[in-house]
Design a protein around this ligand. Structure first.
Ligand code: GCV
Length: 870
């Protein structure tokens, strides 16, 4: 497949001036957000009718039929939603879908461009003589694709414009001719055959259950339709870990059904393969890639697969990484392994996506030169030019692992004779796991636009992966999506799936532009709604960075457990190499050439010159590259430790503001979506406080340096559970300590502690106690008035504890701890809060929290906090 830039978007004017009599207000969305329709919920759209209603395809292939079906579906939904008869009458004429070749044959007079690139499209409109009474804007509208997929993408582009035009505003023109910037535009799923999904947060697999492919694949078709609508052309359906069983003959039959379900939408199936398969399932004694029997095994296996799936897109490989076997076992290189697969796939047109995520996870923390960030470049740079032409090296955007903030991987500039793809994560493994709103397009854009200055010239990452910078024919973007039966598990997280597709199609689009497109199609076209949602989306990633990691330390989450809540020490003193090396004096990894690990030297000289001296290193990555004292002054003049305090208070505030902004949409959007997202944002604001307090109290203790603004370590209005008069509740040490206020909490049942040789680790069963009710009491001594009272508690799985809040023995409120949050012991993963609003208090009042344990949820809680109401 050829690569190359899109032709400069040429504007067409055939939408301009279209009668606004066709506009149907979509300010009030009529339907609840449903999983199966996501942003293709056409009934919600403004009905700018951009094409004549009689739609037909010139060819008979399934992809062109999908384009026709989609255009009719769009009009059908719009018409059913009450478009006026006059508008309907204005939709005469014909809309034609076909390949360029078919169009030339059927309409010799139509000037189909000769330079249509693969998967590109061109849209042509012949003006209508009697626009009002006859045929609307055109009596002939042609969507010509360079191939069938291009025609489908043209149809979706037309629908997208129809759906996103601002009602009442002058129409935006749309590009008449486009093609994708890069040929590889895949999503990767990390689904296991048993139906679970590694790092998936949207329910069980849509592809697999109980060890085989599901009987009902209707959601797979629905997914392929969503993917096609944003130009995604490949979907790898199985986990890169433990992939061997997917090459068993029975499984291949099932996989062929998945391929059938996706094919009408132009989405090709791809598979993760285990490099040890010849041994694991093939009965060979070896999986040495250079062994002739191994080569023959792969060639035969590939033939079997193509017999069942003739258009398989290719294989993805994770090898010599995190316990997955690889060529290193035989002293062979990634190129040796990749090329064996590539040679087997080449005759069938398949490709190999070989992941550069290869590193040693048993590094020595005491070795100041050891550095996981170096691994991909150290291993792959020497192999440049040794990979077959149908191999693409798949590189995570940063040198560590999908962190909220890390620099661009230097490997992008380190391979010039090798095809490259950038891997991003749509599923929010380290970024709030879809419980937090984090719109990722700005993060991806930062990486795509980063100019690595290879050969002292402009080489932005996007142009490298397009193949443009170094003249490569293949390249692309891979988005690890991990959708489940509830898609991404949160309606607004779908903006990330949408944004991934749009950026892989055109990385020059701005994050704001994509946010606006998505909002208009998914939520509402009302300008105030669009402006509010887009502002929220754009604020969400910076806010998340502010309340989690800082200045390039990475996320500071629990990296050996859930990857969700705060656990600062989990990154340190182990072999995983996600270190930030903090101590009483300072923090940061010295990765300089002069005194550190030398990682900086992997960048092209102009970039290395920026990162090497601490004085020119950008603040947001300072601690990724340098170890500095707590009192080191940033470019802003602020010390590092003061930045830690300020950014976390700011981040928690920003998270609270997301909820406040959403609240302004009440009555303007679908009520079910409004209520659902309101609850999510409320939770996010509370969890941002957990993050803030964990980071702030940990580094206050570590550095011993007070907060200039007096906030760190002081919580006016907070009453600790361990200071209460306790009946039944027992005080315990929370692990990690920073996840609870002052490190302690109380519990009404047994709790396990992950850092000891715990009950859980030994037995993998959870402790339960017979139900009991415990009480904690405080006497209020503040001023009288109306207050909001927040109870910070740990909502554990395996039971539903009950809580009650009383004042002077009078019930104020009660609630059930029934949210499903990660991990089985009380920590920052499951610390959450319930707030009783507008409670009258006077000095001497007795506040009481009652907890009743249930199953393995011990009704543990941390503190109550009293804040003025209103
Ligand atoms: C599929 C991270 C994740 C793993 C994932 C791995 C990878 O380490 O935590 O779940 O494994 O990346 O990208 O291979």
């Amino acid at each position: 497949m050829a690569s190359g830039r899109r032709t400069a978007p040429r504007k067409i004017d055939f939408f301009v001036g279209l009668g606004l009599g066709f506009v149907m207000s979509a300010a009030l969305a009529a339907h609840a957000q449903t999983a199966d329709r996501a942003w293709l919920s056409y009934a919600r759209h403004t009905a700018h009718t951009l094409y004549p209603r009689h739609v037909r395809a010139l060819g008979s292939n399934a992809i062109e039929q999908s384009a026709v079906q989609e255009l009719r579906h769009n009009l059908g939904d719009v018409l059913t939603e009450g478009l006026s008869a006059r508008a309907e009458g204005g939709l005469g004429g014909q809309t034609i879908v076909g390949t360029a070749e078919e169009v030339r044959k059927a309409f010799p007079g139509v000037p189909v461009p000769a330079d249509l690139k693969p998967e590109g499209y061109w849209i042509y409109g012949a003006p209508c003589a009697d626009r009002v009474n006859g045929c609307g804007e055109h009596n002939l509208l042609i969507i010509a694709g360079s191939d069938a997929r291009g025609a489908l993408y043209g149809a979706f582009a037309l629908i997208r414009v129809a759906s996103t035009i601002d009602p009442g505003a002058p129409h935006e023109a749309m590009p008449r001719q486009e093609h994708p910037a890069m040929p590889i535009r895949w999503v990767d799923e990390w689904d296991n055959a048993n139906g679970t999904i590694e790092r998936g947060y949207g329910g069980p697999s849509i592809f697999f259950e109980d060890g085989h492919v599901r009987d009902d694949l209707s959601q797979v078709s629905a997914y392929a339709r969503l993917l096609a609508s944003v130009g995604i052309n490949g979907c790898n359906v199985n986990n890169v870990n433990g992939a061997a069983p997917f090459l068993e003959p029975e499984m291949i039959k099932g996989l062929a059904r998945i391929a059938d379900a996706m094919r009408p939408w132009g989405v090709r199936l791809a598979l993760s393969v285990d490099i040890a398969s010849p041994q694991k399932i093939g009965g060979l004694k070896t999986f040495d890639p250079l062994d002739p029997q191994v080569k023959a095994w792969w060639a035969a296996k590939v033939n079997d697969i193509y017999a069942a799936i003739p258009d398989l897109a290719g294989f993805t490989v994770k090898a010599d990484s995190e316990g997955q076997p690889g060529p290193a076992s035989y002293g062979r290189s990634p190129a040796d392994a990749a090329n064996v697969l590539a040679n087997a796939l080449a005759p069938q047109g398949g490709v190999v996506l070989y992941r550069a995520f290869v590193y040693n996870n048993h590094l020595d923390y005491s070795d100041l030169k050891a550095d996981r960030a170096r691994a991909a470049y150290d291993i792959f740079h020497p192999l440049d030019g040794k990979f077959a032409s149908n191999v693409i090296v798949q590189i995570k955007y940063g040198p560590i692992d999908f962190q909220a903030e890390e620099p661009v991987s230097p490997l992008f500039a380190g391979l010039r004779k090798t095809n490259e793809a950038m891997e991003v994560q749509i599923t929010q493994e380290y970024l709030g796991q879809q419980r937090h709103l984090v719109y990722l397009a700005p993060l991806w854009k930062e990486k795509l636009d980063f100019d690595l200055r290879a050969e002292n010239r402009s080489t932005p990452v996007k142009e490298i992966i397009e193949g443009k910078s170094f003249g490569r024919l293949l390249g692309g973007m891979i988005g690890v999506s991990c959708v489940g039966r509830d898609w991404l598990g949160a309606p607004l997280a779908m903006a990330n799936l949408y944004a991934f597709g749009r950026l892989a199609w055109n990385p020059d689009l701005s994050a704001e532009q994509i946010a606006a497109e998505w909002t208009r199609q998914t939520i509402s076209n009302d300008p105030q709604v669009v402006a509010t949602v887009d502002r929220m989306l754009m604020q969400s990633w910076p806010a998340y960075v502010d309340y989690t990691g800082f200045l390039g330390t990475q996320t500071l989450t629990d990296i050996t457990g859930s990857h969700y809540g705060p656990n600062i020490e989990s990154s340190e003193r182990n072999g995983w190499g996600q270190w930030h090396r903090d101590d009483a004096k300072g923090i940061g990894m010295d990765r300089t050439v002069a005194t550190g690990t030398g990682f900086v030297g992997q960048y092209p000289p102009e970039i290395a010159r920026m990162y090497e001296p601490v004085a020119t290193n950008p603040d947001n990555l300072l601690l990724f590259f340098h170890h500095v004292p707590w009192t080191y002054k940033l470019h802003s003049g602020k010390t590092v430790i003061q930045y830690v305090y300020d950014s976390h208070y700011k981040g928690a505030q920003e998270a609270a503001e997301l909820g406040a902004e959403w609240a302004t949409l009440e009555g303007k959007i679908d009520p079910a979506l409004f209520a659902d997202e309101s609850a999510r944002l409320k939770y996010q604001a509370c969890h941002a406080i957990v993050w803030r307090d964990a980071i702030v109290q940990y580094f206050l203790k570590e550095s011993g340096i007070a907060d200039d603004k007096g906030r760190a370590g002081h919580f006016p209005g907070r009453m600790e559970a361990e200071d209460a008069r306790l009946t039944g509740f027992k005080v315990f040490d929370v692990d990690p300590w920073e996840d609870a206020s002052r490190g302690k909490a109380v519990t009404c049942g047994p709790v396990i502690n992950p850092s000891e040789d715990s009950y859980w680790r030994r037995t993998h069963t959870l402790p339960t106690a017979s139900p009991s009710t415990c009480t904690a009491q405080w006497t209020y001594s503040g001023p009288g008035g109306r207050f909001n009272i927040a109870v910070q508690y740990f909502d554990l799985q395996g039971g539903v504890a009950q809580f009650k809040l009383d004042v002077n023995g009078k019930p104020i409120t009660s609630w059930a701890a029934d949210t499903k949050l990660p991990s089985f012991w009380p920590n920052g993963d499951n610390s959450t809060r319930y707030t009783a609003n507008d409670v009258f208090l006077k000095p001497g009042d007795v506040l009481s929290v009652e907890g009743t344990n249930n199953g393995s949820d011990p009704a543990a809680f941390d503190y109550i906090e009293i804040e003025p109401a209103g």
